[in-house]
Design a protein around this ligand. Structure first.
Ligand SMILES: Cc1cc2nc3c(=O)[nH]c(=O)nc-3n(C[C@H](O)[C@H](O)[C@H](O)COP(=O)(O)OP(=O)(O)OC[C@H]3O[C@@H](n4cnc5c(N)ncnc54)[C@H](O)[C@@H]3O)c2cc1C
Length: 483
């Protein structure tokens, strides 16, 4: 990878010559065409024909340097095709954002991987990246009698497991093959229209039972139980193995070096040129070429374009011709949840490793303990939309519901729903979207292809596994198109 652009760039220690085996390294190709590092001409690179009136021409343009875009670029690079990756922000990663805070590495977006994330684990092995574990909760907070009670992990599991089993009842049938979500389309018609709120209503829970699981579901739905589909959550559950324990593996294990490290390795391997600070404004296809224009007027042309941005922001790009109906619907409805904030807290003193979930409507819906430092413990919190994360008094009060008397030294939050380049948080399909969008949402629009966790078949939305899956599918489509 070589990142360039007018703003700050992530450290780039990438060997530009590290092209995939059997093809010339990027630096040698660029030297061969006399290109400088800052203003690169792609005119003679790739198998496409350069036109004098276009600034840059390449085999493929990838829009977005998240996991989906990184996968596409790496897969195409491995087949000897050239691509340029246009990234709107001043960093790679998208809804993955490894940062440093309180002297520690933190994740402001996606954080955990699971053994059931087959593709991601294969990538981690390929780039020799290990796994590190968060501390296990010593005590689990469960909502009982209008407050949060701390119980032993085994007691929490005994309370919660039967409720989750009931919540997901039948999903082993309607997701008989969870990686092929439409396999039992016949059974899905009855369940896909249901929201998580509908499913909780169907269960006829006692108020005490509802309190135990409503906060967890609300956390996954970004605060509003109407937003998430039952089938969205049930598919994740079945993909993990279909048990309370198997689904628990989706939280707690992280790639060593942070979530961005794997993406960095993939982009480095791709040989692609990554242009940061390059928000795309317009994508126009005519004949055998597609022209992409950035907001500052730069133009790039290629034989194919892969749109690897969140589905929620497709609506901010002008497509000519316009988006097909399923894509237009997806971006209008949204797949990334409108609110879905992540907060890292630094809580003073020796603090017990408390994890768990509160009730729906609580200012903090879910808490995951992190490292104990010399002066306090780091905690990850998923607040509901009613918490003003910028108000330290509110944050302090919210944390005290979890840990009485706790003193918050500092907090850092990322409100993904307010970010212009995601316009939403992690993805969770809305009620009806599985049958309403698939399989059309994965299909090419002429020479324009789509990738992204939001539109993955398997671990969609809330998992980088889905981004990698969809990136691999889009790369295959690009290879067929360019053959
Ligand atoms: C708070 C939070 C917690 C999460 N927790 C986990 C977790 O624990 N484990 C896990 O696996 N996943 C988790 N996820 C989900 C995971 O982060 C996403 O599924 C995944 O990163 C999406 O990858 P993507 O490439 O599809 O999209 P993105 O990561 O959103 O990448 C898309 C890229 O497109 C760029 N872009 C947007 N518009 C334009 C434009 N006009 N021009 C050019 N570029 C543009 C964006 O800047 C971005 O870099 C979490 C997400 C969030 C927000």
């Amino acid at each position: 990878m070589h990142a360039d652009g007018p703003g700050p760039v992530p450290a780039d220690d990438s060997p530009l010559d590290a092209g995939p085996a059997g093809r010339p390294g990027r630096r040698r190709v660029l030297k061969a065409i006399g290109a400088g590092a800052a203003a690169v001409s792609f005119g003679a690179v790739g198998t496409g024909t350069a036109r004098a009136d276009e600034e840059q021409f390449t085999d493929a343009i990838v829009i977005g340097a998240g996991y989906a875009g990184g996968t596409v670029a790496r897969e195409l690079g491995a087949k000897g095709l050239t691509s340029v990756v246009l990234e709107a922000r001043d960093r790679i990663g998208g809804r993955i954002w490894t940062s440093t805070w309180a002297g520690e590495q933190i994740e402001l977006g996606g954080q955990w991987v699971s053994p059931s994330h087959r593709l991601v684990n294969a990538e981690l092995a390929r780039y020799r990246i290990g796994i590190v574990r968060d501390p296990d909760p010593q005590r689990v907070a469960v909502a009982r009698g209008g407050r949060l009670e701390h119980v032993a992990p085994a007691e929490a599991a005994a309370l919660l497991e039967p409720l989750w089993k009931e919540f997901y009842k039948g999903s082993e049938q309607y997701f008989e093959r969870p990686a092929e979500p439409l396999y039992r389309k016949d059974l899905l018609a009855a369940v896909d229209p249901l929201s998580v709120a509908d499913r909780l209503r169907q269960m006829n829970l006692s108020p005490a039972e509802r309190d135990l699981i409503s906060g967890d579901t609300a956390a996954y739905c970004g605060g509003s139980l109407q937003n998430g589909s039952l089938t969205g959550m049930a598919q994740w559950y079945q993909l993990s193995g279909g048990t309370y324990d198997s689904y628990s593996t989706t939280i707690g294990s992280r790639p060593a070096g942070g979530m961005t490290a794997l993406l960095q390795a993939m982009l480095q391997d791709s040989g692609a040129r990554v242009r940061l600070n390059s928000p795309v404004a317009k994508v126009t296809q005519s004949g055998s070429r597609v022209v992409v224009e950035t907001r500052d007027g730069r133009r790039y042309a290629a034989r194919t374009v892969v749109v690897a941005t969140p589905a929620n922001v497709w609506r901010n790009i002008t497509f000519a011709p316009g988006l097909p109906p399923a894509h237009a619907r997806a971006t209008a409805q949204g797949i990334g949840l409108p609110s879905g904030t992540k907060m890292v807290l630094h809580v003073k003193g020796e603090v017990e490793a408390i994890g768990g979930t509160a009730t729906e409507g609580s200012p903090i819906l879910m808490m995951v303990p992190q490292k104990q430092l010399a002066d306090g413990r780091l905690m990850v919190a998923f607040p509901g939309p009613q918490l003003n994360v910028a108000d330290p008094v509110q944050v302090q009060q919210a944390v005290r519901q979890w840990i009485p008397g706790a003193q918050v030294l500092a907090s850092r939050a990322m409100e993904w729903g307010k970010d212009p380049f995601s316009a939403g948080s992690w993805g969770l399909r809305r009620p009806g979207q599985l049958l309403g969008l698939f399989p059309q949402i994965e299909q090419p629009h002429g020479r324009i292809l789509f990738a992204g966790a939001d539109i993955a078949q398997g671990w969609h939305g809330a998992y980088i596994e889905g981004a990698v899956e969809s990136g691999k599918r889009a790369a295959q489509q690009a290879l067929q198109l360019l053959a």
